[in-house]
Design a protein around this ligand. Structure first.
Ligand code: ADP
Ligand code: MG
Length: 261
């Protein structure tokens, strides 16, 4: 089958990726082959991201973007390769260990809010595995202080929230664990346009002011690349192009294939 993505060429080497994230490297993936059951989805995949940097993964449906986030968090079978945080290998830690000891949080795609529980109960769910429950409560208070939209609905069932507020609650729930790395899968999915900007502003604040490292998958490639410092274009489980977000937005191949240009 002729493949429209063939023009994008071969995977950039790890040296090239390193140039996009030259200092204070936070998370590194080296030569990762991973998938589900015996099926390999990612092939010899590399990734590098600096502390407080944002990386957006774009690419066609089924390319393996979510699988990259799943692999970092520990939901896949890893056949070979390594994942490191601050130079320490974390490849085989469980998701709970990743959340608790190395500060990786995974923000679930859509519809993970419990509609009949209050906003506060939903928020505190994020801290359920935290050893020090006091800290989870403290962090929840800080979040209510910061986000008026949640504070005002604190004791109401989550079903009263708008789509945008619901997404904010999903993000906030991950923040209760005070993670340093946020894995965010399609934050704009299913949202009305006015809420999409709100969600990107929230993520921007978390990156710029709270110094979170963000690895995001975004189907809305334009929004994702405008937001992120750097982007990878994933095709069939491998990176075809990597670059600064701004440069990818100007890349004619990216424009034609992913930006409707
Ligand atoms: N839980 C799973 N079990 C088996 N196969 C899966 C699972 N999740 C995804 N896949 C397969 O892995 C491939 C990549 O999927 P995914 O990472 O979700 O792509 P993307 O996020 O880029 O759209 C697809 O062929 C998909 O069918
Ligand atoms: Mg996906």
């Amino acid at each position: 089958m002729a493949n429209q993505y063939e023009v994008l060429g071969k995977a950039p080497g790890s040296e090239e990726l390193k140039k996009l994230s030259p200092k204070d490297v936070h998370l590194t993936i080296r030569g990762l082959s991973a998938g589900y059951g015996k099926m390999e989805i990612l092939h010899n995949f590399d990734l590098t991201v600096s502390r407080a940097q944002s990386l957006c993964l774009i690419g066609p449906n089924g390319a393996g973007k979510s699988t990259i986030l799943h692999s970092i968090y520990g939901f896949t079978n890893i056949f070979s390769g390594k994942i490191e945080i601050d130079g320490k290998e974390i490849t085989n830690l469980t998701p709970a260990e990743k959340l608790q000891s190395v500060g990786i949080a995974y923000i679930l795609q859509d519809n993970s809010v419990f509609p009949d529980m209050t906003v506060e109960e939903n928020l505190l769910m994020g801290g359920f595995i935290k050893e020090k429950q006091d800290e989870a409560y403290e962090e929840a208070e800080r979040i209510f202080k910061k986000y008026e939209r949640l504070r005002n609905r604190r004791s109401q069932p989550a079903k009263v929230l708008s789509g945008g507020e619901r997404r904010l609650l999903e993000i906030s729930r991950a923040l209760v664990m005070k993670p340093s790395i946020l894995l965010v899968d399609e934050p704009s999915i299913g949202l009305e346009p006015r809420y999409i900007d709100m969600v990107f502003e929230i993520l921007n604040d978390l990156q710029k002011n709270e110094k979170k490292t963000i690895i995001m998958v975004e189907q809305n490639a334009k929004k994702g690349l405008e937001f992120a410092d750097i982007g990878y274009v994933l095709v069939s489980g491998q990176t075809a192009i990597a670059g600064k977000g701004d440069d990818l937005l100007k890349n004619p191949d990216v424009g034609r294939l992913f930006l409707g240009g």
